[in-house]
Design a protein around this ligand. Sequence first.
Ligand SMILES: [Zn+2]
Length: 400
Amino acid sequence: MHLIKQKLAITILVVSMGLISCESTSSSHTQKANSIGIGLQSRVARTPTSGSKTRQFTQTVRATAPRFIPPAPPNFNDPREDPRRAPIAAQPVILTGEQLVNQGGRAKSYSINLGQDKWVSLELWGKAHKGWYGQIRKGDEEFFRLVISGMRFDLRPKRRLITCQGMQIWMGFGPQLIGGSLYVHHLDIKKHLAPLAAGMPNLGKVAVIDAGHGRDNQGTRSTFNREYEKQYTLDWAQRLKPLLEKKGWRVYLTRNGDKSMSLTERVRFADKVRASIFISLHFNAAAARVRGLETYCIAPVGMPSHFTRGNPDPVSSLLPNNPFDERSFQLAARVHNQILLKCRMPDRGVRRIRFMSVIKGQRRPAILVEGGYLSNPSEAHKIDLSTYRQKLAEGIAAAL
Ligand SMILES: [Zn+2]
């Protein structure tokens, strides 16, 4: 393969479905302000394809992760079904320091059955949706990239951790490398890649915001000042309420003071006020070095939980929250993305979990956000700052 490089200085205005850099934006970055200009260095490369010469544009995008996940049309549940408003054919996206190794063309069949499981070719699924698929080398590492609906997904064989626009997502199964082409478990296509490509669904306008813990159930304790998690979660919820109300949401807090409330009472409360979404707010604890943001939603039927904390993980049982698998994940991914953009904290990913009582009984999209580690000295200090808790609230509001 020979490449003819012509350097073109092009500034492309990326509209709506395009790739958006968050480098130049901070507090003004919301879903509404999703069309901004970014400088792209474009190269024209010539790639021989079965005898003929095809022109390919390779964009080198200057941006830092995490980047904004653009909204796109809803109702895209069947992997074979085209998105309602089909995106323009994706162009290759090669970032600075990366090199294109292979443009695909190796997948022999759309899907392969291995034992009980169906695996879907990432290349052929992507092509069915006007995506671009290729193999990339960065340093001594190689991975596979799918660009679809204006977003780039990076995947590695046998690794459940993937990235979307540089943001971490934990899938249910590590992809399989079959004949040099990457195959993704059909549940990961249906429950992770397809919902993200489809964009944000209609989530209604009634939110229950759940400040974790309360009264005797004090939660974890700050290593910075020995304050309890329950106080910080309440403050976060109270900051979030007016921000959502300004955007037209009816907002109910599960507690508005230091009140005791069981997890099932919190679920019943959401039923009573007919909530269209449920967001539970928490802070985390682990070894002192662990820090960052985690966002949780229900594990789909057939998919193992990211972790179980010693709880049983009945993968085949249908929970009340399972009909909302996709919508919960779409909500989780966008909330996670927006908090990362606002707060600039380490990304510990969007994760699927089955045992969380406050989530699994919900009859609506439901997520749980862990807004940092009170066991980590620097994060415990940050969490004590009202400016940081305000940003956590703004991050969630920006996603809705
Ligand atoms: Zn908690």
